[in-house]
Design a protein around this ligand. Sequence first.
Ligand code: SF4
Ligand code: SF4
Ligand code: SF4
Length: 263
Amino acid sequence: MNSQISLIQQIDALLPQTQCGLCGHRDGCLPYAKAISEGEDANKCVPGGQPVADALAVLLQRDKLAAEESVWPIQIDGRPQRMKAVIREDECIGCTKCISACPVDAIIGSGKLMHTILTDLCTGCELCIPPCPVDCIDLVEDLKAIPNEQERNFEQDDLRGRYYAHIQREEKRRLNRKGPVVRAAIDSQLFANITQGSEDLPSIELAKKAQISHTLDAKTTIELAKIRTQIKKLEKQLSVRADEKKQQQLIDLQKQLEQLQNA
Ligand code: SF4
Ligand code: SF4
Ligand code: SF4
């Protein structure tokens, strides 16, 4: 088992950590790494292109296969053009659906407020585009310099960490979530199994309904209900007339709600 986990980790280390699901593994790079370790072809990572397919073939001592084609042109490093998402902010209605969809938490904003993308973190995975009800997210070429190997490894580690933090947070919210659920539920069991057998991967712990309800004592439950009511009231008022003070109150209450839910 440990040697299989070590192989999955070595494969995962070569994958770009875009978590886009274009390899056919909806939940991202780690599930694809696992499938490759069990015999699946290693040429399906679209953003990785030919360099990743070749590196995997060398690692696994398999024949080199032509990489799955991308719709984007190929860069000088042999990988497809890197892309970034940009929100047309004047059209955004602040519905928050893109936030849940982003695997690396590159979008900031809260209910009824304009959203924006932190372009340094965006990997161009495109997962925020389908959920947007007003189609106000565009993809543009990422004109940043192509990273060297060291920079790429650093970036991949950062994206992996961000994705696992995202999974852990979604896992905590899963059982008492009130907001929109956009992305299909991530198979957190798989991540928990693999990460718990590895010292190098950030571990994912599964939420259990019983544990969650024990931690939510009566006082917290009442407090949560109170905050939700205040949020609804403020959202209603703000949908009629903008008010800076009330907007700030709303943001503070949303933060409080999130802290209590994650406690
Ligand atoms: S980056 Fe590659 S391996 Fe990771 S999810 Fe996308 S296609 Fe799959
Ligand atoms: S902002 Fe959109 S395109 Fe960029 S990483 Fe997040 S989900 Fe992917
Ligand atoms: S999904 Fe679209 S409309 Fe909704 S917050 Fe994101 S960018 Fe704005």
